[in-house]
Design a protein around this ligand. Structure first.
Ligand code: C5P
Length: 221
């Protein structure tokens, strides 16, 4: 029985441009939801901060909080993280948002349209800054190539304990698919590499590594 509480972020964020348009990405939310379900199956309480996705939660131990934008996800993560034993940041947060949301629909025209974008807050890094010694912070890295060195830099920059690397270059892995293939790194380097498997099975392996890592840090063997 996993007597702990975890925060999980999942899905994309949508950054509004005008009343009918947004900037988004192809994240389905499947990997984050699968991790939330696995943690709950093991008895953990889960706070799932979900972007706009077409998925249902099954386990009653999951408290689902729906948000739309990165700013909203940031607010919820700041509110809930201090009460959690760990956070698993699976969401594909939009890196940029329009500087100004237009109140009227932008009209079609033959002119070139320039949208000014500003960076969104890095939610994982913000949690890395307030993380306590007994809290575990896990990030994901989705790249077009498997680059362990880059993942390691990201782990350090965001003060993560684990980073799960998946590559869009791997056939059938990453966004949209029901399967994934991952490499997990901690501060010492690669600790796990999976085969290509259904996301529900990958979730079991990721959660096992999270639990092992947290037990290791607490000195439980
Ligand atoms: O820097 P990059 O976007 O590749 O980092 C990916 C990791 O950081 C993921 O765990 C993602 O959920 C998290 N992230 C975040 N807020 C952002 C950007 C990324 O929490 N604005």
């Amino acid at each position: 029985m996993l007597n702990k509480t975890y925060l999980v972020t999942a899905g994309p964020t949508h950054e509004q441009i005008d009343p009918v348009r947004y900037i988004g990405n192809y994240s389905s939310g499947k990997m984050g939801f699968a991790i939330a379900e696995r943690l709950a199956e093991l008895g953990a309480n889960v706070i799932l901060i979900a972007g706009p996705v077409a998925l249902e939660v099954k386990n009653q131990k999951i408290l689902r909080i729906d948000i739309v934008s990165a700013d909203q996800m940031f607010e919820k993560c700041q509110d809930y993280f201090p009460t959690c034993d760990g956070a698993i940041m699976v969401a594909a947060v939009a890196d940029f948002k329009p500087v100004k949301i237009r109140s009227e629909k932008i009209k079609r025209s033959d002119e070139i349209l320039t949208l000014s974008l500003c960076p969104n807050p890095d939610i994982a890094a913000s949690l890395g800054r307030i993380k306590r010694a007994n809290q575990l912070l896990v990030g994901f890295a989705l790249e077009t190539t498997v680059d362990e060195q880059k993942a390691m830099v990201k782990l350090r920059q965001k003060n993560l304990d684990l980073i799960v690397l998946n590559s869009l270059g791997d056939d059938q892995a990453g966004f949209k698919f029901d399967t994934n293939k991952v490499t997990i790194l901690d501060q010492s380097g690669v600790i796990f590499t999976s085969d290509l498997k259904p996301k529900s099975e990958i979730a079991i392996e990721i959660v096992n590594k999270i639990i092992e890592s947290q037990q290791g840090r607490a000195g439980i063997s």
